[in-house]
Design a protein around this ligand. Structure first.
Ligand code: URA
Length: 259
């Protein structure tokens, strides 16, 4: 049986992307429409899985002062972090992993999902498997790049992190980036772009355009979870990743043929 909170979160994200793509109507069967009819007043209010979109993007200054001087020390600080309510529902913190020594690419996602929460590692679920394929398609091994997220703890039901959660957590990512010094940052999806650039963007329009984060080239592209739901968009994401390779002076490895 599907987790209702996760389903609602995915549905909301899907609808937001469709809106960004310019869709103003959706075809819905009469049966589905009947299911979506407002519940009677006596019914419980519906679960609200995501931040109100009108919430301010830049929340007050984070209370976190990152004292760690190494990635391990930062991970240790994250492990005991209590700066936002996500601490109460997490199983594990997910600081990120990969090549810490000036890798060509650092991928930044949104936040841990259920699998990541259990394992304490980023992108190990279904979206992670697609990210692994994207990395391999670029000619890298997973351990050659660095992978991290905007928030280090799982938002309940995989909802989008709230602005205040992102704001509280982002100093960790900032400190990690300063130590890792990636040549290029690939921001996976709208939340990653917003967390890094503090800018409200429509990812369908913004993807593929070079930006800068603290002097580092940043390429925004689609989140792998979105690509799993909209495989027709994989070509655009691949174009973004090829632009990243070109900037690094590399080409995608040629596909092996069965000659
Ligand atoms: N989605 C993300 O944004 N990050 C993860 O680590 C896993 C899924």
């Amino acid at each position: 049986m599907a987790d209702i909170k996760q389903f609602a979160g995915n549905l909301q994200e899907f609808l937001e992307y469709k809106k960004e793509e310019g869709f103003r109507t959706l075809e819905i069967s009469p049966e589905t429409l009947a299911l979506l009819k407002p519940a009677p007043a006596s019914a419980k209010p519906a679960v609200r899985p995501s931040a109100p979109r009108s919430a301010p993007l830049v929340a007050p200054q984070s209370s976190i002062r990152v004292t760690g001087k190494t990635l391990e020390e930062i991970a240790g600080q994250i492990r005991i972090c209590a700066a936002c309510p996500l601490r109460t529902s997490r199983k594990n913190t997910v600081p990120g992993e990969g090549n810490p020594n000036r890798p060509g690419i650092m991928f930044v996602g949104e936040g841990p999902g259920a699998d990541e929460d259990v394992q304490g590692r980023p992108f190990v679920g279904a979206a992670g498997q697609l990210l692994d394929k994207m990395i391999a398609g670029m000619g890298y091994k997973r351990e050659e790049v660095f992978i991290a997220n905007i928030v280090k703890c799982r938002p309940p039901g995989n909802r989008v992190p709230l602005p205040e959660e992102m704001n509280a957590c982002v100093p960790y990512l900032k400190a990690q980036i300063a130590l890792i010094k990636p040549k290029i940052i690939v921001a996976l999806g709208k939340t990653a772009v917003q967390g890094l650039l503090q800018e409200e963007v429509a990812i369908t329009k913004f993807r593929g355009t070079w930006c800068k984060y603290e002097g580092i080239d940043l390429m925004p592209t689609y989140h792998p979870a979105y690509l799993l739901r909209s495989p027709g968009k994989k070509g655009e994401a691949w174009a973004d990743l090829k632009a990243v390779l070109a900037k690094l002076g590399r080409e995608p490895p040629s596909k092996k043929t069965n000659e």
